[in-house]
Design a protein around this ligand. Structure first.
Ligand SMILES: [Zn+2]
Length: 459
């Protein structure tokens, strides 16, 4: 039994009442929040007591879409100014050289960046397994760093010779994909509250797997009660691909292969119409909104306001580290708020006198990054700070130059320049303390990562 007491912080709970507690605190026992409230009402002591006067404490951010391995291939000149399909075809041959050690190292780097940005649960989508790489490699990395992981067993089975986008060298047989998916679920998936590892089945995208693999993955996932994830409606050329190959728009194709339900979430979902938003709402599909990647690849702006109005769960994702090219989830919260305002501007906001037409607020953007993300992943044990939930939170010291003159402690961290967390705690355990990672040696990780990145691009 270990206990942790946080005192004298400004707490954003993200509970159903949107409660904020000035001079608040948390009492944590064995990884879960036991009590939350004004400091004066909490136990006087614990195994560890941390006075966070002058800090904002928020629920840990939940990352709903990422490709950790891409930290090795950021800002490659030939892929800097390309659209999605050209970006992918430039990078596929480089990714084909990855080895198991690269998967481990890149996952640690991405998770380290995420932890430093306030993230406590990360979903990762690994969809190529060259040279003996396995999903196990990134799970091991997450276990060492100390973040929760929704490890998505991705897959690609539709190579160029069959009309797909990826080269045949990075696709696998469907039989081996399904066999490995089953092994991973049996070996790692923990359905209990407080789980550190959950498995997700995640064929990569409509243009890289067959309809048969989509259907069989859904059957397998439902047999074990694990969730399903894929890229969908990211760009206009994907829409054309789906119409030509499957005779459906992307969302219609998902209905065709039985990929709608509360156990499914889609990355991006930018190019959808009102009727398709209705399909997501009716079937409780979730959306991972990745604003930075969508801007970086000029993919478009997802209709987040319309999703929320229809009751669709929306979370945030940093997306692959080579289409961002960072893994800072608090920055994603900021960009989600800002890009939603760009969309308003493009659709006549300044000319509108409608008082009901509201801009996305800082708190709404933070809701996407916390409660929204938890709902998308199907987790009720994370996303808010309440008694009985996981003790996952981060703290930011507001006494810094960029926050001077801010008149709202919560809005400060979204409107202001995105900063790193001073403390990140996952299940009651410190992953970041006084701004430094405390579960891995950051200097050694950077050195190892840079060496691997250089090797991938050599010859
Ligand atoms: Zn992605």
């Amino acid at each position: 039994m270990t206990t942790l007491l946080i005192t004298h912080a400004y707490i954003l709970t993200m509970d159903d009442h949107q409660r904020e507690i000035p001079d608040g605190g948390l009492f944590v026992r064995d990884g879960f929040v036991e009590q939350i409230g004004p400091t004066s009402e909490l136990p006087a002591t614990a195994d560890e007591v941390l006075d966070l006067t002058g800090h904002l404490v928020l629920p840990g951010l939940v990352n709903t879409h990422h490709h950790f391995y891409q930290t090795l291939t950021r800002a490659i000149p030939a892929a800097q100014d390309a659209n999605l399909f050209n970006w992918l075809t430039t990078l596929y041959p480089i990714w084909a050289r990855l080895n198991p050690e690269d998967i481990f190292t890149s996952a640690q780097t991405a998770l380290a960046e995420l932890a430093l940005s306030g993230c406590t649960t990360a979903s990762d989508h690994l969809y190529l397994f060259p040279n003996g790489s396995k999903l196990d490699d990134e799970i091991a990395a997450a276990q060492e760093i100390g973040l929760r992981i929704q490890a998505s067993r991705g897959s690609m089975s539709l190579g160029q010779s069959q009309g797909g986008l990826p080269p045949d060298s990075v696709v696998d047989s469907e039989e081996s994909i399904l066999k490995d998916s089953q092994r991973l679920i049996q070996q790692y998936h923990d359905p209990k509250p407080g789980a550190f590892v959950q498995i997700v089945l995640a064929p990569c995208s409509p243009f890289s797997v067959t309809s048969d693999l989509m259907k069989q993955s859904a059957v397998l996932a439902r047999e074990y009660g694990v969730h399903l994830h894929t890229h969908l409606a990211e760009t206009e050329d994907e829409e054309q691909f789906c119409l030509q190959r499957f005779g459906h728009r992307p969302v219609g194709y998902m209905q065709e292969v039985d990929w709608v339900g509360g156990d499914v979430w889609f990355a991006h979902a930018v190019w959808v119409n009102q009727e398709e938003i209705g399909v997501f709402a009716k079937h409780h599909c979730g959306v991972a909104h990745c604003p930075t990647s969508n801007m970086r690849l000029a993919s478009g702006i997802a209709p987040v306001k319309e999703y929320r109005a229809a009751g669709v769960n929306v979370g945030l994702g940093v997306d692959g580290s080579a289409s961002n090219d960072g893994s800072h989830l608090l920055a994603e919260v900021r960009n989600a708020m800002l890009v939603s305002r760009v969309k308003e501007g493009l659709t006549g906001y300044s000319l509108s006198n409608d008082p009901n037409r509201k801009l996305m607020t800082a708190r709404e953007a933070l809701h996407l990054g916390t409660r929204g993300g938890a709902a998308v992943l199907g987790r009720t044990d994370i996303g808010s700070l309440e008694a009985g939930k996981c003790a996952d939170f981060f703290a930011i010291n507001l006494n810094r130059i960029g926050f001077t003159g801010m008149h709202d402690p919560v809005a400060a961290v979204v409107f202001g320049q995105s900063v790193n967390a001073d403390y990140t705690v996952v299940g009651g355990r410190f992953v970041v303390r006084e701004g430094q990672l405390c579960t891995v040696d950051q200097g050694r990780l950077i050195e190892k990562h840079n060496k691997a990145a250089k090797r991938l691009l050599a010859d």
